[in-house]
Design a protein around this ligand. Structure first.
Ligand code: AMP
Ligand code: MG
Length: 351
């Protein structure tokens, strides 16, 4: 299959609107289109068409028990697919939609089991990106879209990343340039009485609590090593991973740099190339390997934005091992660490 890669800015001029209509038509006819959102690129198909949803799993090589998020463009669409929307969830929608928040509800029959991976609940998000919103409308109102990467690989934050994984597998990629946030949406489950965070993202627990009061964290998320099964099926897989072994080094900043220098030197001595993930502040301290800055510790959002891109760059440079500093700042840093630990298969050295 030939994949057209179509540059698009937003939904303002006639040429962009034409492109969105063409992409919407592919989805309405049961096909799959990759498109930008503010979090990462999505791989979209008609959420209410079981055959279309199946095509997403096929293109990604995604396990069929890992449900898809349905993207909507207005609140009426929510009423059609969610069985009941609790008042707290409505307040959350008022505060955070459109935006990087996914909420889980009991589903209505119109949502096929193919989309929800066999679950009776459905995950819903209203994205903020103008191309995503326009595409949802052009496609009939309900787009099922996971991240547009091959299952297990880092999520795509550029159309080039999507092409790396999806070229030849889907008919169209809408290229809207670099995404703004760079990490997948925060997922909050409203299918039980007390809301529960199933996946951390740029909307933090503190921000959510201001709206909901009570909030729980999925125990499978906190004690990731304890064998508790996460409630979001996707969180149980080793995920977001580069091809090279990734090892995190945690502790006081000077000790971390010292340790990474020792490890990278050892790698070099044994004929291996190490990749190092540091920051604008620390990169100058490293003397071995290929050193990349992920962003600045003075603005943790820059770190989220570059995380997946850096992992993919190291793949292209074919490094043998990657050593990374840790970035556990109180805001989006929590989500960054969640993804980094998964990418590293939980391998972390404490110094
Ligand atoms: P992705 O779209 O690739 O970011 O992945 C979607 C994430 O949402 C995965 O971790 C899924 O397991 C999770 N998810 C989707 N629907 C549900 C649901 N009904 N209940 C729990 N988790 C869900
Ligand atoms: Mg994903």
């Amino acid at each position: 299959m030939k994949t057209s890669i179509i540059k698009i800015k937003d939904n303002q001029d006639r040429s962009d609107q034409q492109k969105i209509r063409a992409a919407g038509k592919i989805i309405r006819e049961g096909g799959v289109v990759a498109f930008p959102t503010e979090t990462v690129y999505g791989l979209g198909a008609d959420a209410l068409n079981p055959d279309a949803a199946r095509k997403i799993y096929e293109a990604k090589g995604r396990p069929s028990d890992n449900p898809l998020i349905i993207h909507i463009a207005d609140m009426e669409a929510l009423e059609q697919i969610a069985d009941s929307v609790p008042p707290l969830a409505r307040k959350m929608a008022e505060r955070f939609w459109p935006g990087p928040l996914t909420m889980i509800f009991c589903k209505r029959d119109v949502v096929p089991m193919e989309t929800t991976g066999g679950l009776e609940t459905v995950a819903v998000r209203m994205p903020r990106h103008p191309v995503a919103l326009a595409l949802i409308q052009a496609a009939g109102g309900y787009i099922a879209a996971p991240s547009a990467n091959t299952s297990g690989r880092p999520s795509p934050t550029l159309a080039e990343h999507v092409a790396e994984d999806m070229e030849g597998r889907i008919p169209m990629i809408l290229d809207g340039g670099a995404v703004g946030i760079g990490i997948e949406s925060t997922i909050v489950d409203f299918s039980d009485e007390i809301p529960m965070v199933l996946r951390p993202g740029s909307i933090t627990p503190d921000m959510i609590r201001k709206v909901t009061g009570d909030l729980r964290m999925d125990p499978g998320l906190i004690e990731e090593n304890s064998g508790v099964r996460p409630r979001a099926p996707g969180m149980k897989y080793k995920h977001y991973a580069p091809r090279a072994e990734l090892i995190l080094v945690s502790g006081a900043q000077d000790k971390v740099q010292e340790k990474i220098n020792v490890l990278a030197r050892e790698a070099a001595m044994s004929g291996k190339t190490a990749g190092i993930i540091g920051t604008d502040e620390s990169c100058g301290c490293y003397g071995y390997g290929i050193v990349k800055s992920i962003g600045t510790r003075y603005d943790e959002e820059t770190i989220a934005r570059h995380l997946y891109g850096i992992l993919r760059e190291f793949d292209q440079q074919d490094v043998d091992v990657i050593y990374s500093e840790c970035f556990s700042a109180p805001g989006i840093g929590q989500a960054v660490m969640n993804r980094l630990l998964k990418a590293a298969g939980q391998r972390m050295i404490e110094v």
